[in-house]
Write a protein that binds this ligand. Structure first.
Ligand SMILES: C[S@@+](CC[C@H](N)C(=O)[O-])C[C@H]1O[C@@H](n2cnc3c(N)ncnc32)[C@H](O)[C@@H]1O
Length: 243
Protein backbone atom coordinates (compact mmCIF):
# COMPACT_ATOMS: atom_id res chain seq x y z
CA UNK A 1 0.00 0.00 0.00
CA UNK A 2 1.26 3.48 -0.86
CA UNK A 3 1.54 5.77 2.15
CA UNK A 4 -0.21 9.14 2.26
CA UNK A 5 1.99 12.10 1.33
CA UNK A 6 3.45 14.20 4.11
CA UNK A 7 2.43 17.84 3.71
CA UNK A 8 4.31 20.76 5.15
CA UNK A 9 2.07 23.80 5.34
CA UNK A 10 3.17 27.41 5.47
CA UNK A 11 0.60 29.07 7.74
CA UNK A 12 1.44 32.69 6.93
CA UNK A 13 2.35 35.45 9.37
CA UNK A 14 -0.55 35.20 11.84
CA UNK A 15 -3.85 36.32 10.34
CA UNK A 16 -5.89 33.18 9.46
CA UNK A 17 -7.32 35.05 6.46
CA UNK A 18 -3.84 34.81 4.93
CA UNK A 19 -3.91 30.99 4.83
CA UNK A 20 -4.16 29.46 1.36
CA UNK A 21 -7.23 27.42 0.37
CA UNK A 22 -4.94 24.45 -0.17
CA UNK A 23 -3.68 24.76 3.41
CA UNK A 24 -7.20 24.97 4.84
CA UNK A 25 -8.41 21.91 2.91
CA UNK A 26 -5.45 19.83 4.06
CA UNK A 27 -5.80 20.97 7.69
CA UNK A 28 -9.50 20.06 7.74
CA UNK A 29 -8.73 16.54 6.49
CA UNK A 30 -5.64 15.71 8.53
CA UNK A 31 -5.45 12.73 10.89
CA UNK A 32 -2.51 14.20 12.75
CA UNK A 33 -0.93 17.65 12.84
CA UNK A 34 2.65 18.20 14.00
CA UNK A 35 3.53 21.63 15.39
CA UNK A 36 7.07 22.74 16.17
CA UNK A 37 7.80 24.48 19.48
CA UNK A 38 10.97 25.60 21.27
CA UNK A 39 10.05 23.92 24.57
CA UNK A 40 7.58 21.39 25.95
CA UNK A 41 4.14 22.86 26.51
CA UNK A 42 4.87 26.24 24.87
CA UNK A 43 1.85 27.16 22.72
CA UNK A 44 2.51 26.81 19.02
CA UNK A 45 2.11 30.01 16.99
CA UNK A 46 1.48 28.04 13.79
CA UNK A 47 -1.27 26.02 15.50
CA UNK A 48 -2.93 29.18 16.81
CA UNK A 49 -3.17 30.46 13.20
CA UNK A 50 -5.06 27.38 11.94
CA UNK A 51 -7.18 26.79 15.08
CA UNK A 52 -10.45 27.80 13.42
CA UNK A 53 -10.07 25.08 10.77
CA UNK A 54 -9.19 22.11 12.99
CA UNK A 55 -11.30 18.98 12.82
CA UNK A 56 -12.21 17.77 16.34
CA UNK A 57 -10.93 14.26 15.53
CA UNK A 58 -7.50 15.45 14.41
CA UNK A 59 -4.67 14.55 16.76
CA UNK A 60 -2.30 17.42 17.60
CA UNK A 61 1.29 16.52 18.39
CA UNK A 62 3.90 19.04 19.54
CA UNK A 63 7.49 18.47 18.46
CA UNK A 64 10.13 20.22 20.53
CA UNK A 65 13.06 21.85 18.71
CA UNK A 66 15.25 23.21 21.52
CA UNK A 67 17.08 26.48 20.90
CA UNK A 68 20.55 25.10 21.56
CA UNK A 69 23.85 25.42 19.67
CA UNK A 70 25.24 21.85 20.13
CA UNK A 71 25.04 20.54 16.55
CA UNK A 72 25.21 16.85 17.51
CA UNK A 73 22.32 17.22 19.93
CA UNK A 74 20.37 19.17 17.32
CA UNK A 75 20.94 16.43 14.75
CA UNK A 76 19.67 13.80 17.21
CA UNK A 77 16.61 15.93 17.84
CA UNK A 78 15.88 16.33 14.10
CA UNK A 79 16.28 12.56 13.62
CA UNK A 80 13.90 11.74 16.49
CA UNK A 81 11.26 14.23 15.37
CA UNK A 82 11.46 13.00 11.79
CA UNK A 83 11.10 9.39 12.94
CA UNK A 84 7.94 10.30 14.82
CA UNK A 85 6.39 11.91 11.74
CA UNK A 86 7.45 9.20 9.30
CA UNK A 87 6.10 6.47 11.64
CA UNK A 88 2.66 8.10 11.42
CA UNK A 89 2.84 8.20 7.64
CA UNK A 90 3.87 4.53 7.50
CA UNK A 91 0.85 3.76 9.70
CA UNK A 92 -1.34 5.27 6.97
CA UNK A 93 -2.09 8.58 8.73
CA UNK A 94 -2.64 11.80 6.80
CA UNK A 95 0.00 13.86 8.55
CA UNK A 96 0.70 17.56 8.31
CA UNK A 97 3.61 19.62 9.55
CA UNK A 98 2.91 23.30 10.29
CA UNK A 99 5.30 26.22 9.98
CA UNK A 100 4.88 29.96 10.49
CA UNK A 101 5.15 32.04 7.32
CA UNK A 102 6.71 30.06 4.49
CA UNK A 103 8.40 26.68 5.12
CA UNK A 104 11.47 27.60 3.07
CA UNK A 105 12.48 30.59 5.17
CA UNK A 106 14.44 29.67 8.35
CA UNK A 107 11.94 27.05 9.46
CA UNK A 108 12.33 23.77 11.36
CA UNK A 109 10.79 22.03 8.35
CA UNK A 110 14.09 22.44 6.50
CA UNK A 111 15.78 20.01 8.97
CA UNK A 112 12.88 17.55 8.85
CA UNK A 113 12.82 17.63 5.06
CA UNK A 114 16.59 17.04 4.82
CA UNK A 115 16.34 14.10 7.22
CA UNK A 116 13.49 12.58 5.18
CA UNK A 117 15.47 13.03 1.95
CA UNK A 118 18.51 11.33 3.51
CA UNK A 119 16.99 8.57 5.60
CA UNK A 120 13.32 8.06 4.70
CA UNK A 121 13.34 7.98 0.93
CA UNK A 122 10.04 6.06 0.81
CA UNK A 123 8.13 9.09 2.17
CA UNK A 124 6.79 11.52 -0.39
CA UNK A 125 6.48 15.15 0.66
CA UNK A 126 4.71 18.22 -0.64
CA UNK A 127 5.33 21.76 0.53
CA UNK A 128 2.46 24.25 0.57
CA UNK A 129 3.90 27.76 0.46
CA UNK A 130 2.76 30.44 2.88
CA UNK A 131 2.95 34.23 3.03
CA UNK A 132 6.18 35.15 4.80
CA UNK A 133 6.44 37.77 7.53
CA UNK A 134 8.55 39.76 5.06
CA UNK A 135 5.87 40.22 2.42
CA UNK A 136 3.10 40.61 4.96
CA UNK A 137 5.13 43.44 6.51
CA UNK A 138 5.93 45.11 3.17
CA UNK A 139 2.20 45.04 2.35
CA UNK A 140 1.37 46.73 5.64
CA UNK A 141 3.96 49.47 5.30
CA UNK A 142 3.02 49.82 1.61
CA UNK A 143 6.70 49.85 0.72
CA UNK A 144 8.31 47.68 -1.97
CA UNK A 145 11.07 45.31 -0.88
CA UNK A 146 12.78 45.38 -4.28
CA UNK A 147 12.34 47.65 -7.27
CA UNK A 148 14.16 47.69 -10.63
CA UNK A 149 17.76 46.61 -10.08
CA UNK A 150 17.69 46.78 -6.29
CA UNK A 151 19.38 44.00 -4.37
CA UNK A 152 17.79 42.56 -1.24
CA UNK A 153 19.47 40.92 1.74
CA UNK A 154 17.90 38.90 4.55
CA UNK A 155 19.79 38.79 7.85
CA UNK A 156 18.76 36.08 10.35
CA UNK A 157 20.29 37.71 13.47
CA UNK A 158 23.66 39.36 13.80
CA UNK A 159 26.06 36.39 13.96
CA UNK A 160 28.88 37.74 11.82
CA UNK A 161 29.57 41.48 11.62
CA UNK A 162 31.81 41.21 8.54
CA UNK A 163 29.11 39.46 6.53
CA UNK A 164 26.59 42.04 7.71
CA UNK A 165 28.89 44.87 6.55
CA UNK A 166 29.27 43.24 3.12
CA UNK A 167 25.51 42.79 2.84
CA UNK A 168 24.89 46.40 3.87
CA UNK A 169 27.39 47.64 1.26
CA UNK A 170 25.86 45.51 -1.53
CA UNK A 171 22.15 45.69 -0.77
CA UNK A 172 19.53 48.37 -1.26
CA UNK A 173 17.11 46.74 1.17
CA UNK A 174 18.05 44.74 4.24
CA UNK A 175 15.54 42.67 6.16
CA UNK A 176 16.40 41.63 9.72
CA UNK A 177 14.64 38.68 11.34
CA UNK A 178 14.60 36.73 14.62
CA UNK A 179 14.66 38.12 18.15
CA UNK A 180 14.68 41.93 17.72
CA UNK A 181 16.97 42.58 20.67
CA UNK A 182 19.91 42.81 18.28
CA UNK A 183 18.32 45.39 15.96
CA UNK A 184 19.88 48.44 17.73
CA UNK A 185 23.34 46.90 17.48
CA UNK A 186 23.30 46.90 13.64
CA UNK A 187 22.28 50.54 13.12
CA UNK A 188 25.81 51.91 13.44
CA UNK A 189 27.07 49.30 10.95
CA UNK A 190 24.37 50.31 8.46
CA UNK A 191 25.52 53.93 8.70
CA UNK A 192 29.21 52.98 8.30
CA UNK A 193 28.37 50.73 5.33
CA UNK A 194 26.60 53.24 3.11
CA UNK A 195 23.09 53.67 4.50
CA UNK A 196 22.55 57.46 4.73
CA UNK A 197 20.94 58.82 7.90
CA UNK A 198 17.84 59.63 5.81
CA UNK A 199 17.24 55.92 5.13
CA UNK A 200 13.84 54.63 6.28
CA UNK A 201 13.79 51.95 8.95
CA UNK A 202 10.58 50.02 9.59
CA UNK A 203 10.28 47.87 12.70
CA UNK A 204 7.37 45.69 13.80
CA UNK A 205 6.43 42.96 16.21
CA UNK A 206 3.74 40.36 15.58
CA UNK A 207 2.91 41.47 12.04
CA UNK A 208 -0.68 40.68 10.94
CA UNK A 209 -1.93 39.86 14.45
CA UNK A 210 -4.07 41.89 16.88
CA UNK A 211 -1.04 42.74 19.00
CA UNK A 212 0.99 44.13 16.12
CA UNK A 213 3.29 47.09 16.91
CA UNK A 214 4.72 49.03 13.98
CA UNK A 215 7.14 51.96 13.68
CA UNK A 216 8.77 53.95 10.88
CA UNK A 217 11.83 56.07 11.63
CA UNK A 218 14.89 57.54 9.92
CA UNK A 219 18.18 55.77 10.58
CA UNK A 220 19.71 58.95 12.10
CA UNK A 221 16.72 59.34 14.42
CA UNK A 222 17.01 55.73 15.61
CA UNK A 223 20.73 56.16 16.21
CA UNK A 224 20.00 59.14 18.48
CA UNK A 225 17.05 57.45 20.23
CA UNK A 226 17.31 53.66 19.95
CA UNK A 227 14.09 51.71 20.11
CA UNK A 228 13.45 49.99 23.41
CA UNK A 229 10.60 47.71 22.41
CA UNK A 230 12.29 45.21 20.10
CA UNK A 231 12.47 42.47 22.70
CA UNK A 232 10.23 39.94 21.03
CA UNK A 233 11.05 36.84 19.04
CA UNK A 234 8.50 37.78 16.37
CA UNK A 235 10.25 41.01 15.37
CA UNK A 236 11.16 42.23 11.92
CA UNK A 237 13.12 45.27 10.71
CA UNK A 238 13.39 46.54 7.14
CA UNK A 239 16.08 49.07 6.23
CA UNK A 240 15.74 50.89 2.88
CA UNK A 241 18.91 52.60 1.66
CA UNK A 242 18.11 56.22 0.76
CA UNK A 243 19.29 56.97 -2.80
C1 LIG B 1 12.34 31.00 12.39
S1 LIG B 1 11.98 32.44 11.45
C2 LIG B 1 10.66 31.84 10.45
C3 LIG B 1 10.28 32.76 9.33
C4 LIG B 1 9.01 32.30 8.63
N1 LIG B 1 9.22 31.00 8.02
C5 LIG B 1 8.51 33.30 7.61
O1 LIG B 1 8.32 32.92 6.44
O2 LIG B 1 8.25 34.45 7.98
C6 LIG B 1 11.13 33.34 12.68
C7 LIG B 1 11.30 34.83 12.50
O3 LIG B 1 10.47 35.30 11.45
C8 LIG B 1 9.99 36.59 11.76
N2 LIG B 1 8.53 36.54 11.85
C9 LIG B 1 7.74 35.51 11.54
N3 LIG B 1 6.44 35.85 11.68
C10 LIG B 1 6.42 37.13 12.10
C11 LIG B 1 5.40 38.07 12.42
N4 LIG B 1 4.09 37.74 12.34
N5 LIG B 1 5.75 39.32 12.81
C12 LIG B 1 7.06 39.67 12.89
N6 LIG B 1 8.07 38.84 12.60
C13 LIG B 1 7.76 37.59 12.21
C14 LIG B 1 10.62 36.99 13.09
O4 LIG B 1 11.82 37.68 12.80
C15 LIG B 1 10.89 35.64 13.71
O5 LIG B 1 11.90 35.70 14.69
Amino acid sequence: MAYPKLYCIGCGPGDPDLLTLKAINLIKNADIIYTPTAREGKPSVALSIVEGFLNKDTEIQQLVFPMIKDFNKLKENWKDNTKEITNSIRNGKRAIYLTVGDPSLYSTWIYIHREITNAHKDIEVEVIPGITSIFSFSAEIKTPIGEGEEIIGIIPACYNLDRLKTAAQCCDTLIFLKDGRYFNSVLEILMESGFPGESDIFIAQDVSTNSEALQKKKLSELLRNPNENNDKYFSIMIAKKKK
